[in-house]
Design a protein around this ligand. Structure first.
Ligand code: BTN
Length: 242
């Protein structure tokens, strides 16, 4: 693993993307920053993080996805790699809010943004961005967010966490061929609010009740609706109201 530590940057995902377009970087090249001026979240959202307190990282993953249809596999591996590291830190009540928000109790403590590009030789390069709220304690105006420090009333070593997460990621990628079934079911078993009736809203802002069952082979969320039919939803099609 090659580690590039930055102080401030617009976005570690953007920085690593730019670097990998110009240079042949080794697999698992990691970029961290103490702060971002344009941290990117999912679906065009902004990722805000207090300077110096949290883990802000991007890692380059090459030669894992053979086909863009397999993109969901990487979601599973990254989410589980993070969860496993948090379990080692004894963070309670961990779950994965589909597709890859890291939750403790009802609060989001980490977010993942995976950006893929297809190279001229058809290989896929993925930039995996992770924002993990480690030692931040002020979440004014962010009622659904929290951190490891708030939840455990303790501080954590960011470097230890970084090495644990990257180690888990490398191991899971190596073992994916042998363990994919196990990792899929492990991921599904850790889904936030699985099996519990929950309110959702669709693209037209219509509210409905449903029960999360699992995910489809391409990573869509399977929800049991009130008419006893299981429907599959894409990330852009649905929002969980909790
Ligand atoms: C989400 O919306 O939940 C995803 C958040 C991803 C944030 C991380 S922080 C490091 C990396 N660089 C970015 O600009 N975004 C990701």
């Amino acid at each position: 693993m090659k580690l590039i530590k930055l102080d401030a940057i617009d976005s570690t995902n953007e920085f690593l993307k730019g670097l990998s377009n110009k240079h042949e970087l080794e697999n698992f090249t990691v970029v961290t920053a103490e702060s971002q001026t344009k941290g990117k979240g999912q679906m065009g959202a902004v990722w805000a993080s207090e300077t110096g307190k949290n883990l802000i990282l991007s890692v380059l993953i090459k030669d894992f996805l053979l086909d863009i249809c397999q993109i969901y596999n990487l979601n599973i591996i990254v989410s589980l790699a993070v969860i496993e590291a948090l379990e080692c830190c004894k963070i309670p009540d961990l779950s994965i809010k589909w597709p890859n928000d890291i939750m403790s109790y009802n609060k989001k403590i980490g977010g993942i943004l995976i950006e893929n590009s297809i190279k001229s030789d058809a290989s896929i390069v993925s930039i995996v961005g992770l924002g993990l709220n480690v030692n931040q304690t002020n979440f004014e105006n962010l009622p659904k967010a929290s951190s490891m420090a708030v939840i455990c009333n303790a501080t954590f070593d960011k470097d230890d966490l970084l090495f644990m997460i990257i180690d888990n990621l490398e191991n899971k990628i190596k073992l994916w061929e042998k363990q994919s079934d196990f990792l899929w079911s492990d991921y599904v078993s850790k889904l936030f609010k699985k099996g519990i009736p929950m309110p959702f809203s669709n693209l037209n802002n219509q509210k409905f009740m449903g029960i999360i069952q699992g995910i489809s082979s391409i990573g869509k969320l399977e929800i049991l609706l009130e008419d006893d039919i299981i429907s599959e939803f894409d990330i852009k099609e649905i929002q969980m109201l909790y």
